[in-house]
Design a binder for this molecule. Structure first.
Ligand code: 8BR
Ligand code: GLC
Length: 495
């Protein structure tokens, strides 16, 4: 297939998926939403900050590689590492000190909806999906303001012991404080000579300073949990994210094991009599390896059907699952490590008993799907192409305010480097006898174990921002699949 053929497939896929989105009956989306304080950082601002903390300390701290931000030097060290490698990172902070330091020394450009679940909920209603039930355990008045004004958006609340659905702006807890993250976006091409290193930022990306106040809990009240079955019949699937907020230990003596159990219970409760319900988890950067492993092996494995992640997250996941060498080759060869990414996707599919693993990278998406998935390769591919057009729309406009905006993304050309990378993978698979060149384009359906769907993506040259694009890609593809899925109400059929 040539690039021009891909462009045609893009047009067809977007038009098909747009016509199908109305088939989705509803989706449950939880847990994390927060306010993102966005700052597009410039070279002179970074130089000013280095002047404040001192270059010698920065060098030392970069070597130490802090996994938590306790002071401004930790912050600058992780920012420098992210800029040097052009990689996204999210690092937690447990006090408000760094927030105050950033307010004093940097000041943000704008504030917007943040958090995977918050971003995805707004995206879905913007696309016209009906009955989006979002759930945020820490819904504050300020947070609620960032939710779209849509009659299709709901949040569960308890009234007189009964579960009711209200718009988030009517369901917030007035006592709750907001969670504010800092998003430091940086641009390709900025040059630095500092802390013994000289580098040019290879790619637009961002560092997230994720605030983790001690009231953050990934949970649900007992009475809401008990009545969760009330919403089960109105939804076709769920998109879950935010598990990275789980801590190893809490002040009250509880541990991550308690919260992992609660997380699994919610999934099982949602599924109820429908074990086939599609559950997508959007992974993220998780610094703590104990938590990262527990999320994968205890929440994702067996309870979840679909997993979405970026390339750094693939390496991180492989690393805690015992595939250090593969993890190393994913990360070390950077974005052009398409073969390792494919191998990694297959490992994750098998190791975690998933039906679908969707990796988004700059230039292409790889999706491996188990043979028993009800949708065929063409339908799976349409979902990925739709997602890529959405991503290009968001990268161009900064946000998507209407499904018609997607024509902007469709106008972005397919990234030729991504197309070249696909050919690399094709050669590798043909050489290994996994599939033939023709079969490769049709999803390697001849290969044993899984199908492979891979598309070159549309990449925007100067994106307005990169944060949240991964969420848009994964949610866009998952919702397109839900829209195509045969609608059988398993619970009713069993009555
Ligand atoms: P995460 O937010 O999960 O890291 O995902 C970000 C995704 O955004 C990447 O995987 C890549 O596919 C996409 N992306 C980035 Br980064 N820059 C982009 C751009 N300029 N145009 C289109 N997609 C982009
Ligand atoms: C994480 C961050 C949040 C950001 C989101 C984007 O959830 O905590 O601040 O908006 O990722 O994907």
């Amino acid at each position: 297939m040539e690039i021009s053929d891909w462009e045609k497939l893009y047009d067809e896929a977007v038009s098909t998926v747009r016509g199908q989105l109305g088939n989705v009956q509803g989706v449950f989306v939880a847990y994390n939403s927060n306010v993102d304080a966005m700052k597009h950082i410039r070279e002179e601002e970074i130089k000013k900050l280095i002047g404040i903390i001192g270059p010698a300390k920065l060098r030392e701290r970069m070597i130490e590689y802090p996994r938590e931000i306790k002071d401004p030097v930790d912050f600058m060290a992780r920012l420098f590492i992210a800029m040097r490698d052009g990689k996204a990172a999210e690092v937690p902070t447990y006090t408000t000190d760094i927030h105050e330091w950033l307010m004093d020394n940097l000041v943000f450009d704008s504030a917007r909806m943040g958090g995977q679940a918050g971003i995805i909920s707004n995206l879905l209603v913007t696309l016209g999906v009906k009955n989006v039930i979002t759930y945020v355990p820490w819904l504050s008045r300020e947070q609620a303001e960032y939710f779209a004004d849509s009659p299709d958006l709901w949040h569960p609340a308890m009234e007189d012991g009964k579960l009711v659905l209200k718009h988030p702006k009517e369901a917030f807890n007035p006592e709750q404080k907001p969670k504010i993250n800092w998003i430091i976006e940086f641009s390709r091409g900025m040059r630095f000579r500092c802390a013994g290193e000289e580098f040019e930022v290879p790619r637009d990306n961002r560092l997230i300073v994720s605030s983790r106040p001690n009231w953050i809990r990934i949970d649900m009240s007992e009475e809401m949990y008990e009545q969760l079955s009330e919403i089960r019949e109105d939804i076709d699937g769920a998109i879950l994210a935010g598990y990275q907020m789980i801590k190893e230990e809490y002040e009250d003596g509880s541990t991550y094991a308690d919260y992992v159990k609660k997380a699994v219970d919610v999934i099982e409760r949602l599924k109820g009599c429908n074990p086939q319900m599609r559950i997508h988890v959007e992974f993220t950067s998780i610094q703590n390896k104990v938590i990262r492993k527990a999320i994968l092996t205890e929440i994702v494995k067996k309870h979840v059907t679909s997993l979405g992640l970026d390339t750094v997250e693939v390496a991180n996941a492989l690393n805690v699952l015992g595939y250090e060498e593969l993890a190393y080759s994913v990360i070390n060869k950077g974005e052009d490590s398409i073969v390792s990414l494919y191998e990694g996707a297959v490992r994750l599919l098998k190791e975690l008993d998933l039906q679908r693993v969707h990796i988004h990278s700059l230039g292409y998406y790889i999706c491996v799907v188990s043979k028993d998935h009800p949708l065929d390769v063409k339908e799976q591919r349409e979902a990925l192409l739709f997602a890529s057009a959405l991503a290009a729309t968001q990268a161009t406009l900064g946000s998507i305010s209407n499904i018609d905006d997607i024509s902007t993304g469709l106008g972005v050309p397919v990234y030729d480097q991504g197309f070249e990378d696909l050919i690399e993978l094709e050669k590798y698979l043909v050489r290994r006898g996994v599939c033939s060149a023709e079969d490769f384009e049709d999803g390697c359906i001849g290969a044993p174990g899984h199908n492979l769907i891979i598309v070159p993506s549309k990449v925007v040259k100067d994106p307005v921002a990169t944060v949240g694009i991964g969420d848009t890609i994964s949610a866009g593809a998952f919702i397109a699949l839900l829209a195509k899925m045969p609608k059988v109400n398993v619970c009713k059929a069993m009555e």
